[in-house]
Design a protein. Structure first.
Length: 275
């Protein structure tokens, strides 16, 4: 069984805390878990604890930690756009605690996945990325995804028509919401550099291996899937031999069922042994 050690280290005069999972015979490639916010190092339904233990059983050392302002760590809370210094501090601590390490994989969920991608191309110690439901939210993208996957599904739902026939459905409010979504979907982006484009540029600059894991029942994942359908440059990037994309049908955003969690963990362990 892997040993678990408590780590404490500093980032800009704040103490950060983490847990290191050390296998008996560790490999020289480790995993740093980058949580999606607002979460701390345990994760929803102990997601990150279970993932770390599963990987450690496969001889993969794993570190999970709290950013400043989250969990046990000191400082002000911050969003995924402002955790690059936290990641740098955690990576340095990981290599200090395990000097036999040669390289790392950053494993991120949601906006943690996007933050991991932003960091990876700047750090030669990072050899791989696992991006679980990476965050690419824009107002337009959210509206298009909701129209495509939520409203169309509702129209096909028999219960929807039963409620409508019985007068138990707020038709005026629904029409107003639909109209608002349709308007938002047609609006040009107001961002100088939209989040999907920034993620594209980060992945293009990163030369390591990438595993993208998407939940079939998650609207955020659907928004990411739409990028390849709508934009040729994304389609070309995702076709690269160094990038692998997997969809777990019916899984929710945090892979809440044991079968989904086990599939994710097994997939990651196998993938890390293929390169």
């Amino acid at each position: 069984m892997a040993e678990q050690r408590v780590l404490h280290f500093t980032c800009h005069d704040c103490w950060l805390f983490g847990i290191l999972h050390v296998p008996e015979e560790p490999l020289q490639r480790g995993v740093l878990i980058v949580t999606g916010g607002p979460q701390y190092r345990v994760g929803s339904h102990r997601q990150f604890v279970l993932l770390a233990r599963h990987l450690a059983e496969q001889r993969i050392p794993v570190m999970r930690f709290d950013y400043r302002g989250m969990g046990d760590s000191e400082g002000e809370a911050r969003d995924f756009e402002n955790i690059q210094d936290d990641l740098e501090a955690a990576i340095c601590e990981f290599f200090t605690a395990m000097p036999q390490l040669k390289e790392l994989v950053l494993w991120g969920l949601c906006d943690g996945a996007t933050a991991a991608a932003f960091h990876a191309h700047t750090d030669p110690r990072v050899a791989g990325l696992v991006l679980a439901n990476p965050w690419v939210r824009t107002v337009q993208g959210q509206a298009r995804t909701t129209l495509r996957h939520y409203y169309l599904q509702r129209i096909r739902d028999r219960e929807f028509w039963h409620k409508l026939a019985r007068g138990r459905f707020g038709i005026r409010r629904a029409v107003a919401s639909l109209r608002q979504m349709a308007t938002a979907a047609r609006q040009p982006s107001s961002q100088v550099e939209p989040l999907p484009e920034r993620l594209y540029q980060a992945l293009q600059r990163f030369r390591g291996q990438v595993l993208i894991i998407l939940s079939g029942a998650d609207l955020g994942a659907r928004e990411f899937m739409a990028l390849a359908r709508q934009q040729p440059h994304w389609r070309g990037l995702l076709a690269s031999p160094r990038i692998r994309q997997i969809v777990i049908i019916n899984a929710n955003h945090t892979f809440a069922r044991q079968a989904w969690r086990d599939e994710v963990a097994d997939m990651c362990a196998r993938w890390m042994r293929t390169w």
